[in-house]
Design a protein around this ligand. Structure first.
Ligand code: NIG
Ligand code: FE
Length: 416
Protein backbone atom coordinates (compact mmCIF):
# COMPACT_ATOMS: atom_id res chain seq x y z
CA UNK A 1 0.00 0.00 0.00
CA UNK A 2 2.93 2.33 0.71
CA UNK A 3 2.63 5.91 1.87
CA UNK A 4 -0.51 8.00 1.33
CA UNK A 5 -0.86 11.66 2.27
CA UNK A 6 -4.37 13.01 2.78
CA UNK A 7 -4.30 16.80 2.45
CA UNK A 8 -6.74 19.69 2.78
CA UNK A 9 -8.71 17.92 5.52
CA UNK A 10 -11.34 20.30 6.97
CA UNK A 11 -10.82 18.82 10.43
CA UNK A 12 -9.44 15.64 11.96
CA UNK A 13 -11.51 14.60 14.98
CA UNK A 14 -9.83 12.51 17.67
CA UNK A 15 -6.31 13.34 16.53
CA UNK A 16 -4.36 12.58 19.68
CA UNK A 17 -0.61 12.08 19.95
CA UNK A 18 -0.44 10.14 23.22
CA UNK A 19 -3.97 9.21 24.25
CA UNK A 20 -4.74 7.50 27.54
CA UNK A 21 -6.11 3.96 27.07
CA UNK A 22 -9.54 5.18 28.21
CA UNK A 23 -11.06 8.57 29.05
CA UNK A 24 -12.77 8.84 32.44
CA UNK A 25 -14.79 11.62 34.06
CA UNK A 26 -13.74 15.13 33.02
CA UNK A 27 -11.32 13.79 30.42
CA UNK A 28 -14.39 12.79 28.41
CA UNK A 29 -15.21 16.48 27.89
CA UNK A 30 -12.36 16.83 25.42
CA UNK A 31 -11.69 15.36 22.03
CA UNK A 32 -8.85 16.90 20.08
CA UNK A 33 -9.79 18.40 16.72
CA UNK A 34 -7.07 19.59 14.29
CA UNK A 35 -8.50 22.02 11.75
CA UNK A 36 -7.15 22.41 8.22
CA UNK A 37 -4.93 19.37 8.47
CA UNK A 38 -3.00 16.65 6.66
CA UNK A 39 -2.55 13.02 7.66
CA UNK A 40 0.12 10.57 6.50
CA UNK A 41 -0.73 6.87 6.42
CA UNK A 42 2.02 4.26 5.93
CA UNK A 43 0.56 0.91 4.85
CA UNK A 44 -2.08 0.06 7.48
CA UNK A 45 -0.98 2.58 10.15
CA UNK A 46 -1.22 6.30 10.80
CA UNK A 47 2.23 7.84 10.50
CA UNK A 48 1.80 11.52 11.23
CA UNK A 49 -0.79 14.29 11.47
CA UNK A 50 -0.11 17.98 10.93
CA UNK A 51 -1.62 21.33 10.11
CA UNK A 52 -1.71 22.47 6.46
CA UNK A 53 0.48 25.47 7.47
CA UNK A 54 3.38 23.04 7.72
CA UNK A 55 2.54 21.03 4.61
CA UNK A 56 4.83 22.83 2.14
CA UNK A 57 7.85 22.20 4.37
CA UNK A 58 7.20 18.48 4.61
CA UNK A 59 9.11 16.12 2.36
CA UNK A 60 7.48 12.73 2.10
CA UNK A 61 9.63 11.38 -0.72
CA UNK A 62 8.60 10.89 -4.31
CA UNK A 63 6.82 7.57 -4.00
CA UNK A 64 3.86 8.72 -1.94
CA UNK A 65 0.30 9.06 -3.16
CA UNK A 66 -1.46 12.35 -2.38
CA UNK A 67 -5.23 12.48 -1.88
CA UNK A 68 -6.87 15.92 -1.77
CA UNK A 69 -9.85 15.72 0.61
CA UNK A 70 -10.99 19.23 -0.30
CA UNK A 71 -12.35 20.26 3.12
CA UNK A 72 -13.90 16.93 4.10
CA UNK A 73 -13.70 15.91 7.76
CA UNK A 74 -11.92 12.80 9.07
CA UNK A 75 -13.28 10.82 12.04
CA UNK A 76 -11.81 7.77 13.80
CA UNK A 77 -13.91 4.68 13.06
CA UNK A 78 -16.55 3.82 15.63
CA UNK A 79 -15.68 1.04 18.10
CA UNK A 80 -18.81 -0.97 18.88
CA UNK A 81 -18.05 -3.02 22.00
CA UNK A 82 -21.36 -4.91 22.34
CA UNK A 83 -23.26 -6.62 19.52
CA UNK A 84 -25.10 -9.83 18.71
CA UNK A 85 -24.61 -9.41 14.98
CA UNK A 86 -24.51 -13.15 14.16
CA UNK A 87 -28.13 -14.30 14.11
CA UNK A 88 -30.50 -16.07 11.76
CA UNK A 89 -33.59 -14.50 10.23
CA UNK A 90 -35.46 -11.63 11.83
CA UNK A 91 -37.93 -11.01 14.68
CA UNK A 92 -40.20 -8.51 12.97
CA UNK A 93 -43.26 -10.45 14.21
CA UNK A 94 -42.31 -9.48 17.77
CA UNK A 95 -42.08 -5.89 16.61
CA UNK A 96 -45.83 -6.08 16.01
CA UNK A 97 -46.36 -7.74 19.45
CA UNK A 98 -44.48 -4.84 20.96
CA UNK A 99 -46.60 -2.29 19.09
CA UNK A 100 -49.62 -4.10 20.52
CA UNK A 101 -48.29 -3.52 24.02
CA UNK A 102 -46.36 -6.65 25.06
CA UNK A 103 -43.15 -6.05 27.00
CA UNK A 104 -39.77 -7.66 26.27
CA UNK A 105 -40.26 -10.00 29.26
CA UNK A 106 -43.79 -10.96 28.15
CA UNK A 107 -42.59 -11.80 24.65
CA UNK A 108 -39.73 -13.89 26.11
CA UNK A 109 -42.11 -15.67 28.54
CA UNK A 110 -44.31 -16.71 25.58
CA UNK A 111 -41.34 -18.53 24.01
CA UNK A 112 -40.47 -15.64 21.72
CA UNK A 113 -37.41 -13.54 22.19
CA UNK A 114 -34.03 -15.19 22.45
CA UNK A 115 -35.49 -18.73 22.13
CA UNK A 116 -37.17 -17.74 18.89
CA UNK A 117 -33.77 -16.70 17.51
CA UNK A 118 -32.23 -19.94 18.85
CA UNK A 119 -34.79 -22.00 16.90
CA UNK A 120 -34.07 -20.05 13.73
CA UNK A 121 -30.33 -20.39 14.23
CA UNK A 122 -30.60 -24.12 14.81
CA UNK A 123 -32.32 -24.56 11.44
CA UNK A 124 -29.84 -22.37 9.56
CA UNK A 125 -26.72 -23.99 8.06
CA UNK A 126 -23.40 -22.50 9.14
CA UNK A 127 -22.63 -21.20 5.66
CA UNK A 128 -25.95 -19.35 5.47
CA UNK A 129 -25.47 -17.95 8.99
CA UNK A 130 -22.11 -16.56 7.87
CA UNK A 131 -23.67 -15.07 4.76
CA UNK A 132 -26.42 -13.33 6.75
CA UNK A 133 -23.94 -12.02 9.31
CA UNK A 134 -21.64 -10.64 6.60
CA UNK A 135 -24.51 -8.56 5.21
CA UNK A 136 -24.71 -6.85 8.61
CA UNK A 137 -20.91 -6.59 8.88
CA UNK A 138 -20.83 -4.75 5.55
CA UNK A 139 -23.71 -2.59 6.71
CA UNK A 140 -21.89 -1.46 9.88
CA UNK A 141 -18.64 -0.88 8.00
CA UNK A 142 -20.50 1.48 5.65
CA UNK A 143 -21.93 3.22 8.75
CA UNK A 144 -18.41 3.90 10.05
CA UNK A 145 -17.65 1.03 12.43
CA UNK A 146 -14.05 -0.20 12.42
CA UNK A 147 -13.98 -2.52 15.45
CA UNK A 148 -16.76 -4.69 16.81
CA UNK A 149 -17.38 -7.23 19.55
CA UNK A 150 -19.72 -10.08 18.58
CA UNK A 151 -21.43 -12.46 21.01
CA UNK A 152 -22.73 -15.96 20.68
CA UNK A 153 -25.90 -16.69 22.69
CA UNK A 154 -28.46 -17.71 20.10
CA UNK A 155 -27.25 -21.30 20.08
CA UNK A 156 -28.00 -22.41 23.65
CA UNK A 157 -26.81 -25.95 22.93
CA UNK A 158 -23.14 -26.85 22.83
CA UNK A 159 -23.24 -27.61 19.11
CA UNK A 160 -25.05 -24.42 18.16
CA UNK A 161 -22.99 -22.16 20.43
CA UNK A 162 -19.83 -23.57 18.80
CA UNK A 163 -21.39 -23.04 15.37
CA UNK A 164 -21.97 -19.36 16.17
CA UNK A 165 -18.45 -18.91 17.50
CA UNK A 166 -16.96 -20.54 14.40
CA UNK A 167 -18.92 -18.06 12.28
CA UNK A 168 -17.51 -15.19 14.37
CA UNK A 169 -13.97 -16.57 13.88
CA UNK A 170 -14.57 -16.79 10.14
CA UNK A 171 -15.73 -13.16 10.09
CA UNK A 172 -12.57 -12.29 12.02
CA UNK A 173 -10.43 -13.93 9.34
CA UNK A 174 -12.23 -12.38 6.38
CA UNK A 175 -13.65 -8.98 7.32
CA UNK A 176 -11.40 -5.90 7.27
CA UNK A 177 -12.43 -4.61 10.70
CA UNK A 178 -11.16 -5.56 14.18
CA UNK A 179 -13.25 -8.28 15.86
CA UNK A 180 -13.55 -9.63 19.41
CA UNK A 181 -15.57 -12.77 20.13
CA UNK A 182 -17.62 -13.35 23.28
CA UNK A 183 -19.16 -16.61 24.49
CA UNK A 184 -22.69 -15.91 25.79
CA UNK A 185 -24.03 -19.41 26.40
CA UNK A 186 -25.88 -18.02 29.42
CA UNK A 187 -28.07 -15.70 27.37
CA UNK A 188 -31.22 -17.72 28.16
CA UNK A 189 -31.94 -21.28 29.24
CA UNK A 190 -31.95 -23.44 26.10
CA UNK A 191 -35.26 -25.02 25.09
CA UNK A 192 -34.19 -28.52 26.11
CA UNK A 193 -33.54 -27.33 29.68
CA UNK A 194 -36.51 -25.00 30.22
CA UNK A 195 -37.64 -25.44 33.83
CA UNK A 196 -34.28 -26.99 34.76
CA UNK A 197 -32.13 -23.89 34.94
CA UNK A 198 -29.39 -25.29 37.18
CA UNK A 199 -28.90 -28.17 34.75
CA UNK A 200 -28.40 -25.64 31.97
CA UNK A 201 -25.86 -23.71 34.07
CA UNK A 202 -24.03 -27.03 34.62
CA UNK A 203 -23.99 -27.57 30.86
CA UNK A 204 -22.54 -24.09 30.31
CA UNK A 205 -19.85 -24.62 32.96
CA UNK A 206 -18.93 -28.26 32.37
CA UNK A 207 -19.39 -28.70 28.64
CA UNK A 208 -19.67 -25.45 26.73
CA UNK A 209 -16.91 -23.43 28.41
CA UNK A 210 -14.28 -26.21 28.22
CA UNK A 211 -15.06 -26.69 24.50
CA UNK A 212 -14.95 -22.97 23.77
CA UNK A 213 -11.73 -22.67 25.77
CA UNK A 214 -10.00 -25.69 24.25
CA UNK A 215 -10.89 -24.63 20.70
CA UNK A 216 -9.92 -21.00 21.47
CA UNK A 217 -13.14 -19.73 19.96
CA UNK A 218 -13.70 -16.71 22.23
CA UNK A 219 -11.88 -13.81 23.87
CA UNK A 220 -14.53 -13.10 26.49
CA UNK A 221 -17.41 -14.64 28.43
CA UNK A 222 -20.76 -12.94 29.03
CA UNK A 223 -23.83 -13.77 31.18
CA UNK A 224 -27.27 -12.16 30.99
CA UNK A 225 -27.40 -11.46 34.74
CA UNK A 226 -30.89 -10.07 35.11
CA UNK A 227 -34.42 -10.67 36.38
CA UNK A 228 -35.92 -13.71 34.63
CA UNK A 229 -32.56 -14.79 33.19
CA UNK A 230 -29.49 -15.71 35.32
CA UNK A 231 -28.93 -14.97 39.01
CA UNK A 232 -25.87 -13.48 40.65
CA UNK A 233 -24.95 -16.92 42.07
CA UNK A 234 -25.22 -18.56 38.65
CA UNK A 235 -23.18 -15.73 37.12
CA UNK A 236 -20.53 -16.25 39.80
CA UNK A 237 -20.29 -19.96 38.94
CA UNK A 238 -20.09 -19.34 35.21
CA UNK A 239 -17.41 -16.66 35.57
CA UNK A 240 -15.36 -18.96 37.82
CA UNK A 241 -15.56 -21.72 35.22
CA UNK A 242 -14.59 -19.32 32.42
CA UNK A 243 -11.67 -17.90 34.41
CA UNK A 244 -9.91 -21.27 34.20
CA UNK A 245 -9.84 -20.88 30.42
CA UNK A 246 -8.67 -17.27 30.48
CA UNK A 247 -12.02 -15.92 29.31
CA UNK A 248 -12.46 -12.45 30.81
CA UNK A 249 -15.99 -11.28 31.58
CA UNK A 250 -18.16 -8.69 29.88
CA UNK A 251 -21.56 -8.80 31.58
CA UNK A 252 -25.16 -7.99 30.62
CA UNK A 253 -26.27 -6.27 33.82
CA UNK A 254 -29.15 -4.20 35.19
CA UNK A 255 -31.20 -3.98 32.00
CA UNK A 256 -34.49 -5.25 33.41
CA UNK A 257 -33.91 -4.89 37.16
CA UNK A 258 -31.30 -3.84 39.74
CA UNK A 259 -29.75 -7.27 39.32
CA UNK A 260 -26.47 -7.25 41.22
CA UNK A 261 -24.80 -7.82 37.85
CA UNK A 262 -22.57 -4.76 38.18
CA UNK A 263 -21.15 -5.91 41.53
CA UNK A 264 -20.55 -9.49 40.40
CA UNK A 265 -18.88 -8.20 37.23
CA UNK A 266 -16.58 -5.94 39.23
CA UNK A 267 -15.78 -8.80 41.63
CA UNK A 268 -14.55 -10.86 38.67
CA UNK A 269 -12.58 -7.99 37.10
CA UNK A 270 -14.96 -7.67 34.14
CA UNK A 271 -13.68 -5.65 31.18
CA UNK A 272 -17.12 -4.04 31.04
CA UNK A 273 -20.61 -4.22 32.50
CA UNK A 274 -23.20 -3.41 29.88
CA UNK A 275 -26.78 -2.07 29.63
CA UNK A 276 -27.12 -0.43 33.10
CA UNK A 277 -30.56 1.04 32.45
CA UNK A 278 -31.33 0.42 36.13
CA UNK A 279 -28.48 1.56 38.33
CA UNK A 280 -28.14 3.77 41.37
CA UNK A 281 -25.41 5.06 43.64
CA UNK A 282 -24.45 1.55 44.80
CA UNK A 283 -23.52 0.54 41.26
CA UNK A 284 -21.53 3.75 40.79
CA UNK A 285 -19.73 3.06 44.07
CA UNK A 286 -18.98 -0.51 42.99
CA UNK A 287 -17.48 0.72 39.72
CA UNK A 288 -15.34 3.41 41.32
CA UNK A 289 -11.80 2.17 41.83
CA UNK A 290 -12.33 -0.77 39.47
CA UNK A 291 -11.06 -1.12 35.91
CA UNK A 292 -14.51 -2.22 34.66
CA UNK A 293 -15.94 0.07 31.99
CA UNK A 294 -19.63 0.96 32.32
CA UNK A 295 -21.17 0.56 28.88
CA UNK A 296 -24.62 1.77 27.92
CA UNK A 297 -26.75 0.72 24.97
CA UNK A 298 -29.19 3.55 24.29
CA UNK A 299 -30.45 1.87 21.11
CA UNK A 300 -32.06 -0.84 23.29
CA UNK A 301 -33.70 1.79 25.53
CA UNK A 302 -34.97 3.53 22.39
CA UNK A 303 -36.34 0.38 20.76
CA UNK A 304 -37.87 -1.19 23.89
CA UNK A 305 -39.09 2.07 25.44
CA UNK A 306 -36.98 1.50 28.55
CA UNK A 307 -35.37 4.14 30.74
CA UNK A 308 -31.96 5.41 29.63
CA UNK A 309 -28.98 4.73 31.86
CA UNK A 310 -27.60 7.46 34.10
CA UNK A 311 -24.71 8.31 31.80
CA UNK A 312 -24.01 11.73 33.26
CA UNK A 313 -24.01 10.33 36.79
CA UNK A 314 -21.31 7.85 35.81
CA UNK A 315 -19.15 10.55 34.19
CA UNK A 316 -19.68 12.98 37.09
CA UNK A 317 -18.48 10.21 39.43
CA UNK A 318 -15.21 10.17 37.46
CA UNK A 319 -15.92 6.93 35.57
CA UNK A 320 -15.30 6.23 31.89
CA UNK A 321 -18.39 5.58 29.77
CA UNK A 322 -18.67 3.58 26.57
CA UNK A 323 -21.72 3.48 24.32
CA UNK A 324 -22.41 0.52 22.04
CA UNK A 325 -25.16 -0.52 19.64
CA UNK A 326 -26.26 -3.93 21.06
CA UNK A 327 -27.14 -4.76 17.41
CA UNK A 328 -29.51 -7.75 17.78
CA UNK A 329 -32.89 -8.86 16.42
CA UNK A 330 -34.85 -8.46 19.66
CA UNK A 331 -33.92 -5.27 21.45
CA UNK A 332 -31.85 -3.19 19.04
CA UNK A 333 -32.09 -4.01 15.34
CA UNK A 334 -29.55 -1.35 14.35
CA UNK A 335 -25.78 -1.10 14.38
CA UNK A 336 -25.66 2.59 13.53
CA UNK A 337 -23.12 4.01 15.98
CA UNK A 338 -23.71 7.60 14.90
CA UNK A 339 -27.34 7.14 15.93
CA UNK A 340 -26.12 5.64 19.23
CA UNK A 341 -23.97 8.73 19.82
CA UNK A 342 -26.92 10.98 18.86
CA UNK A 343 -29.12 9.17 21.41
CA UNK A 344 -26.33 9.75 23.94
CA UNK A 345 -26.73 13.49 23.34
CA UNK A 346 -30.50 13.66 22.88
CA UNK A 347 -31.63 11.21 25.57
CA UNK A 348 -28.71 11.03 28.00
CA UNK A 349 -27.65 14.66 27.68
CA UNK A 350 -24.04 13.91 26.86
CA UNK A 351 -22.06 16.61 25.11
CA UNK A 352 -20.97 15.78 21.54
CA UNK A 353 -17.36 15.38 22.77
CA UNK A 354 -18.44 12.95 25.50
CA UNK A 355 -20.58 11.01 23.03
CA UNK A 356 -17.78 10.75 20.45
CA UNK A 357 -15.31 9.58 23.12
CA UNK A 358 -17.87 7.00 24.28
CA UNK A 359 -18.27 5.49 20.78
CA UNK A 360 -14.58 5.59 19.84
CA UNK A 361 -11.76 5.37 22.42
CA UNK A 362 -13.87 4.09 25.31
CA UNK A 363 -15.53 1.50 23.08
CA UNK A 364 -12.05 0.41 22.00
CA UNK A 365 -11.03 0.12 25.66
CA UNK A 366 -14.11 -2.04 26.34
CA UNK A 367 -12.61 -4.47 23.78
CA UNK A 368 -8.99 -4.03 25.02
CA UNK A 369 -8.17 -2.47 21.65
CA UNK A 370 -7.25 1.07 22.59
CA UNK A 371 -3.61 0.55 21.54
CA UNK A 372 -4.84 -0.15 18.02
CA UNK A 373 -7.95 1.95 17.39
CA UNK A 374 -10.24 4.57 18.94
CA UNK A 375 -8.22 7.71 18.13
CA UNK A 376 -6.23 8.91 15.13
CA UNK A 377 -2.77 8.48 16.57
CA UNK A 378 0.59 7.73 14.92
CA UNK A 379 1.17 3.98 15.25
CA UNK A 380 -2.49 3.01 15.49
CA UNK A 381 -4.41 1.39 12.64
CA UNK A 382 -5.60 3.77 9.93
CA UNK A 383 -9.31 3.11 10.57
CA UNK A 384 -11.27 6.23 9.68
CA UNK A 385 -14.09 7.68 7.63
CA UNK A 386 -14.53 10.95 5.81
CA UNK A 387 -17.63 13.14 5.85
CA UNK A 388 -18.87 16.13 3.96
CA UNK A 389 -17.57 19.34 5.60
CA UNK A 390 -19.28 19.82 8.98
CA UNK A 391 -20.20 23.18 10.54
CA UNK A 392 -19.26 21.85 14.00
CA UNK A 393 -18.55 18.68 15.96
CA UNK A 394 -22.13 18.81 17.23
CA UNK A 395 -23.68 18.90 13.76
CA UNK A 396 -23.45 15.21 12.78
CA UNK A 397 -25.20 14.23 16.04
CA UNK A 398 -27.74 17.07 15.83
CA UNK A 399 -28.71 16.49 12.19
CA UNK A 400 -28.68 12.80 12.94
CA UNK A 401 -30.34 11.52 9.78
CA UNK A 402 -28.60 13.75 7.23
CA UNK A 403 -26.22 11.78 5.01
CA UNK A 404 -22.77 11.96 6.54
CA UNK A 405 -20.14 9.48 5.45
CA UNK A 406 -18.47 9.86 2.08
CA UNK A 407 -15.79 7.12 2.29
CA UNK A 408 -14.46 4.51 4.72
CA UNK A 409 -10.86 3.28 5.22
CA UNK A 410 -9.89 0.28 7.34
CA UNK A 411 -6.25 -0.63 8.01
CA UNK A 412 -5.29 2.00 5.43
CA UNK A 413 -7.40 0.50 2.68
CA UNK A 414 -10.34 2.30 1.07
CA UNK A 415 -13.35 0.03 1.59
CA UNK A 416 -16.14 2.36 0.40
O1 NIG B 1 -28.60 -7.21 24.87
N1 NIG B 1 -30.45 -8.40 26.94
C1 NIG B 1 -30.11 -9.48 26.48
N2 NIG B 1 -29.79 -9.75 25.23
C2 NIG B 1 -30.02 -8.87 24.14
C3 NIG B 1 -31.35 -9.09 23.52
C4 NIG B 1 -31.38 -10.35 22.84
C5 NIG B 1 -32.62 -10.63 22.10
O2 NIG B 1 -33.73 -10.20 22.46
O3 NIG B 1 -32.46 -11.34 21.11
C6 NIG B 1 -29.75 -7.47 24.58
O4 NIG B 1 -30.64 -6.61 24.64
FE1 FE C 1 -26.80 -7.41 24.42
Amino acid sequence: MGLTIYKNIGAIVGAETAPAPVKAGKAMDNINVVNDAWMAVADDRIMEIGSMDTFSQMSFGGACRVVDLDGEWVFPSFCDSHTHIVYAGQRDGEFIDKINGLSYEEIAARGGGILNSADLLHMTPEEELYRQAMVRINEIIAKGTGAVEIKSGYGLTTADELKMLRVIQRIKRNAPLEIKATFLGAHAVGRECVGRQSEYVDLVCREMIPEVGAQKLADYVDVFCDAGFFTVEETDRILDAAHKWGLKPKIHANELAVSGGVQIGVKHGAISVDHLERTGSEEIEALRGSSTIPTMLPGASFFLGMPYGNARGMIEAGLPLALASDYNPGSSPSGDMRFVAALGCIKMRLTPAQAFNAVTLNGAAAMELSDEVGTLTPGKLANFFTTVPQPSLAYPLYAYTSPLITHVWLAGEKIY
